[in-house]
Design a binder for this molecule. Sequence first.
Ligand SMILES: *[C@@H]1O[C@H](CO)[C@@H](O)[C@H](O)[C@H]1NC(C)=O
Ligand SMILES: *[C@@H]1O[C@H](CO)[C@@H](O)[C@H](O)[C@H]1NC(C)=O
Ligand SMILES: *[C@@H]1O[C@H](CO)[C@@H](O)[C@H](O)[C@H]1NC(C)=O
Ligand SMILES: *[C@@H]1O[C@H](CO)[C@@H](O)[C@H](O)[C@H]1NC(C)=O
Ligand SMILES: *[C@@H]1O[C@H](CO)[C@@H](O)[C@H](O)[C@H]1NC(C)=O
Ligand SMILES: *[C@@H]1O[C@H](CO)[C@@H](O)[C@H](O)[C@H]1NC(C)=O
Ligand SMILES: *[C@@H]1O[C@H](CO)[C@@H](O)[C@H](O)[C@H]1NC(C)=O
Length: 480
Amino acid sequence: MKTPIHVINPVLLFLLVACLSADQSTAVAQQLLQGFVATPDPTAEDFQPILTDSTGNFSLSFLRVNQHQLALAIVHVPSGVPLWQAGRVGQLARWGKPTQLIFNGSLVITDSRSGVFWSTKTDGDRVVLTSEPNLQILKGHDARNSLASTLWQSFDFPSDTLVENQNFSSAMRLVSSNGLYAMRLGPDFIGLYAKFMPGGLDEVQIYYRHRALEAKAQIIEGHGPILVRISSDGFLGMYQNTSVPADIQTFNSYQRPVPGPRRVRIESDGNLKGYYWSGSSWALDYQLIAETCDLPSPCGPYGLCTPGEGCSCLDNRTQIHTSGCYPSQTEPGDLCEGKRSKSRVLRRTGVELPFKDLMLSTETASYEECEKACDMNCTCWGAVYNNASGKCYTVDYPIQTILGAGDESKLGYFKVWEGPGKKKMDMSLGIGVVGFGGYKLWKRKSRVNSRYLEEDEIVAPGPYKDLGSSSFGSIELSSR
Ligand SMILES: *[C@@H]1O[C@H](CO)[C@@H](O)[C@H](O)[C@H]1NC(C)=O
Ligand SMILES: *[C@@H]1O[C@H](CO)[C@@H](O)[C@H](O)[C@H]1NC(C)=O
Ligand SMILES: *[C@@H]1O[C@H](CO)[C@@H](O)[C@H](O)[C@H]1NC(C)=O
Ligand SMILES: *[C@@H]1O[C@H](CO)[C@@H](O)[C@H](O)[C@H]1NC(C)=O
Ligand SMILES: *[C@@H]1O[C@H](CO)[C@@H](O)[C@H](O)[C@H]1NC(C)=O
Ligand SMILES: *[C@@H]1O[C@H](CO)[C@@H](O)[C@H](O)[C@H]1NC(C)=O
Ligand SMILES: *[C@@H]1O[C@H](CO)[C@@H](O)[C@H](O)[C@H]1NC(C)=O
């Protein structure tokens, strides 16, 4: 019997395509000229190189994100780690036919259905990737680039990573890939900031500040902004307008040559970490925040981080390992929505705010006064009082991880948003809290409570009854 031709054809076709794409990947362009168009290859797994640097160690690529999405990224080829990404966090094109990368003077990502995703808005002649790696759009056709002028470069628009010799200025910010944390420069410091308000536009809460030590050079007001740069000598230097650093933060590999490139990245947990490529893996070389409990929200919302002990929940009837501590299915809503939002109160002793030195405080005569100030103000999510100093700290975003202080004179008052009533909510949502160590949101409140009941049959589930207003010895819950 004759084999029908249309059965063989797809196999041949597949082989042909496989050969072609293998061929393409070994000969990636070293520059892009006007008229260039690239589309995502459905068979590419992690990333699809488009433009390579002269060493072949870096490439501008389509990077596959969440299986079906596409980011234009500079990738370290041996590891597949992106060092730069086009556009803002959360805005990704689809890995599919409608998506195109074109160069028409501007480097543009378009989607034939939804239009321009991202554009450099330039009028250049060529696109090259330097071995630093820095993506540049050049004007002028000089082969050695010496007469060409740079119209645009990725160094000026960092995403979450800095590489060696890249100048990070006070006009820039590094943003973690989950969009929650950012590094920015102040007049004489490196600041790390968090976006704790859901839907908030900016990272407003500072959680770490490293001031320049100014051992070798002073930072002088009025002598210009500072900048930060990774030195090939293995440190993160802070400079004003001289080549002498006003501050250096040394890496483990300080003054030692390393086999591959160095990079510093703001991580999804809010830490700032440095790495170098060892030839086979990225070696951790530096971290700004050494203690887990000093991270901005290591145990997730409504978690409690106790140095030496780790994570638990502010509400100790909740167990962190079964789910996160946040007792709602959705992101916390607006407490100022009046009758439409429902909340309850959680009190706990022996707690303090993380990075309280960076938070504003007022002095009140008593804990009750501190609590009252927060209670009456719907933009206030919680207050922590230090009975010894009389300092009252208020929090104006949904409560994140609080520190366990082991000092009973530190008292906390926290509002818990319970949603717009107990109407129907999609129980299958189960959104993971990205960036908080992957804790899942609390999906099944009653399940957790009944599990708790099984383990300890003394305490009944549901809100605690009145424990006496003078006692803060345990958590009080009251529905409001
Ligand atoms: C690529 O990087 C490795 C180190 O990671 C280095 O040894 C090698 O020389 C680089 N390749 C080129 C062509 O520069
Ligand atoms: C390049 O293409 C984009 C998207 O189609 C378009 O908006 C832009 O005007 C073009 N630029 C030039 C210089 O043609
Ligand atoms: C970084 O800044 C320094 C000093 O301001 C300058 O000399 C150097 O060329 C800059 N490097 C890059 C890559 O722009
Ligand atoms: C750079 O610093 C010098 C002294 O260190 C100062 O005189 C000068 O004004 C500074 N330049 C700028 C642009 O601020
Ligand atoms: C309410 O709290 C916010 C910060 O949480 C504060 O800025 C504001 O002044 C407070 N309003 C009143 C009336 O105290
Ligand atoms: C707070 O301090 C006052 C006096 O300074 C003391 O009487 C009171 O017992 C303290 N309360 C707590 C909870 O430590
Ligand atoms: C919860 O904490 C209170 C004190 O804050 C304590 O009395 C109670 O035993 C704790 N419950 C559990 C189950 O650990």
